[in-house]
Ligand binder design. Structure first.
Ligand SMILES: Cc1cc2nc3c(=O)[nH]c(=O)nc-3n(C[C@H](O)[C@H](O)[C@H](O)COP(=O)(O)OP(=O)(O)OC[C@H]3O[C@@H](n4cnc5c(N)ncnc54)[C@H](O)[C@@H]3O)c2cc1C
Length: 423
């Protein structure tokens, strides 16, 4: 198996239970932990402690052999995968292969983005973004130049989908919390801009909810620009296709995903950036190779549509895939993936959200309560639910001054490009 995300851990746990005696489940993943991505924006707003949104794979996938290593090649002819080990590239054979490496953030959409924009996909991204925001605030306090202060306090988020909207809302929340400690935030207002090429935010939701989200962001002073594309990012700022330039001190890109290097460098069949699979999740034309989750274009037998890249689909596909793999080993026919979405929610900060579930359309505080309740219930362990609930209560009750955790690497203090007295 490749990938220790929503799909990977559920498949690993399911196969450990479902496979007959003598089978081993080997799980490869780049990180040794599972990330609960819906809470990443709460790491950015500092509403939850970063380590509370990850779970060790060894604890989650008990009974499976966990190897923290990047798989770099799938050799379907030899029925082997190639992974990067401490001693170089190593091979391991398989009888059945399950691929769920997810998607990577796409940063090559326009020139300059990959060099300077921040993605939000992993825990490291969330911590790095939060640190960078706090460092921008510190620099804004330190400078005597009004223009530089305005630039440092200007943040632009690209993309009006779920990740973009939640990220913009979480940055606004972080700034609101920090305003009592940073005089520059109180005196010269920060400028947070959300740029979206489409004409509406959160296009998967009904118009009433997308309008409610737009209003909520407006009320927090977020400048939402719809129907504008980004042309390039350079030292002058973010150039938009309506001719305007945003002098942003920080740009976050939530505008696209791309296949991981493993998938894009392989001979696997690709359909719109995802692995082409049958409704039973067998990779087209490859017996014994399965794919699911974000990386695969899994048709949903319920409506004939390709499943969206969402955790709720990845986990339901995992349940069906476990049955199919165990069934195929036992000589039973596989069944197609069939699922009715439970709905979707976007968090707009601690007391605001929009979403729909089971036909209900909700916004504001009720949606926020539902959002917190639903995701709290989905967290993989009870002790962690307690920790997260305490985090939420703590950040709501007690004011705090945020700190940036990362600093320059120690070696740079006397590194080659910064001469010391001794050099
Ligand atoms: C900020 C954010 C918020 C989100 N919020 C929601 C939400 O509220 N609701 C919702 O339903 N969905 C949400 N999603 C989407 C959800 O995270 C994905 O749909 C889900 O993670 C897909 O699961 P997966 O197992 O396919 O991939 P992932 O969870 O991305 O896991 C893939 C794993 O494979 C590993 N991997 C990749 N390549 C290799 C390799 N070559 N070798 C070894 N390991 C590899 C990765 O390191 C990772 O651990 C959100 C996503 C983001 C980024």
């Amino acid at each position: 198996m490749v990938g220790g995300g929503f799909a990977g851990i559920d498949v690993a746990r399911g196969l450990v239970e479902a496979l007959p005696e003598g089978w081993e489940v080997v799980l490869y993943s780049r990180e040794n932990h599972f990330v609960f991505t819906p809470l990443l924006s709460e790491v950015v707003s500092a509403s939850v402690t970063p380590l509370h949104v990850v779970w060790p794979l060894r604890q989650m996938a008990r009974g499976a052999i966990v190897r923290t290593a990047e798989v770099v090649e799938v050799d379907v002819r030899a029925r082997q995968i190639v992974h990067r080990g401490p001693a170089g590239l190593e091979r391991e054979g398989y009888d059945e292969l399950v691929l769920c490496p997810g998607l990577d953030a796409r940063l090559d959409l326009v020139p300059g983005l990959s060099e300077s924009a921040h993605p939000l996909k992993t825990l490291a991204d969330a911590i790095s973004l939060r640190n960078r925001l706090i460092l921008q605030l510190e620099r804004a306090e330190a400078t005597h130049s009004d223009r530089e202060r305005a630039r440092l306090l200007s943040v632009c988020v690209i993309g009006g989908g779920f990740t973009g909207v939640e990220t913009a809302a979480s940055i606004a929340e972080l700034f609101a919390r920090c305003s009592r400690y940073y005089s520059s935030l109180a005196t010269s207002s920060s400028r947070l801009t959300l740029v979206n090429r489409g004409d509406a935010l959160l296009q998967q939701l009904p118009a009433r909810l997308t309008e409610a989200a737009h209003r909520s962001l407006d009320e927090r002073g977020i400048d939402v620009r719809l129907g504008v594309g980004v042309e390039r990012l350079d030292p002058d700022g973010l150039h938009l296709d309506d001719g305007s330039v945003i002098e942003a001190g920080l740009v976050v890109s939530a505008a696209g995903s791309e296949p991981t290097a493993l998938v894009s460098n392989s001979d696997l069949p690709i359909e719109r950036g995802r692995i082409r699979v049958t409704p039973e999740m067998v990779v087209s034309g490859l017996d014994g190779v399965w794919a699911l989750g974000d990386c695969a274009a899994v048709p949903n037998a319920r409506d004939g549509r390709v499943s969206p890249p969402l955790a709720q689909f990845a986990t339901r596909q995992a349940t069906q895939l476990v049955r199919n793999v165990a069934g195929s080993i036992a000589g039973r026919p596989a069944a197609p993936f069939r699922y009715r979405s439970q709905g979707m929610f976007a968090s707009l900060g601690h007391h605001d959200a929009v979403g729909q579930a089971f036909g209900l359309k909700v916004s504001g505080v009720p949606a926020s309560i539902l959002w917190h309740g639903i995701y709290w219930g989905k967290m993989p362990s009870v002790p962690r639910r307690v920790q997260i609930a305490l985090d939420w209560a703590w950040s709501a009750i007690f004011p705090w001054a945020p700190v940036a955790i990362a600093g320059p690497p120690a070696r740079r203090l006397s590194g080659p490009d910064e001469p010391t007295e001794r050099s």
